[in-house]
Design a protein around this ligand. Sequence first.
Ligand SMILES: [Zn+2]
Ligand SMILES: [Zn+2]
Length: 185
Amino acid sequence: MQSGTPDPDTPRDLLSYARLYAESVDVDVDHDAIEWEVSKRARRRAGACSYDADSGTVTIRLTWDAYEQYGWRQFTATIRHELVHAWEFQRFGEAGHGERFREKAAAVDAPRHCESFTDPRLALACTASCEWRAGRHRASKPVKQPGGYRCPDCGADVRVEHLASGVTWTDAAGYERARAVVDDW
Ligand SMILES: [Zn+2]
Ligand SMILES: [Zn+2]
C-alpha cells in the first residue's frame, strides 16, 4: 500500500476517517446532521443510510466486514454512495436509486447500486488442536505478520490461509511467498 493511504485498523478509526473523507466529497450536505456508525455484525450491504424525519437526522451505517474486504480506497466509493442518499434525504425527505440519485452519484463518481459483498478471502486459525478460527477480508497486520500473533483461546501460534487457493503461511516471509504464488489474490 502506498504511504499516505489511510489504513484504519479499528471501527473507531474507520469512523474518524470516514467523517473526514465525507467532508472532502463535493456534495452539499449538512454534515452536522449526519450520524455515522460502523457495524461489526455480519451484513450483506457495505453501507446503509436511514433518515429520521422527526429529528431530521440522517444515519450512515458502514459495514466493517465490507471495509475489511475492500480496503480503504474502494471503500470510499461506498461512503460516496451513502452520502448521495444523505443528500437526497436532507433535501427531499426521501432517497432511492432513481434518476435523481443516478445523476448525483455520477457527479461524485459513486457506484449506482448499494454494493453487497462476499465471504472472507482469508482465515486465521490456531495451529494447535483448538477450534479457533476467524475470517479476514483484508491483508491486515495479523495476515501479513502472523508470527507476532497468538491464538486468543489457547496461546498457540496462528496460521493464515488464503481460502480460494488453500495456500497457508505462519510468518511474514510466508506471506510474501503466498502473494507471489497466488495468482488470483
Ligand atoms: Zn443505495
Ligand atoms: Zn488455539
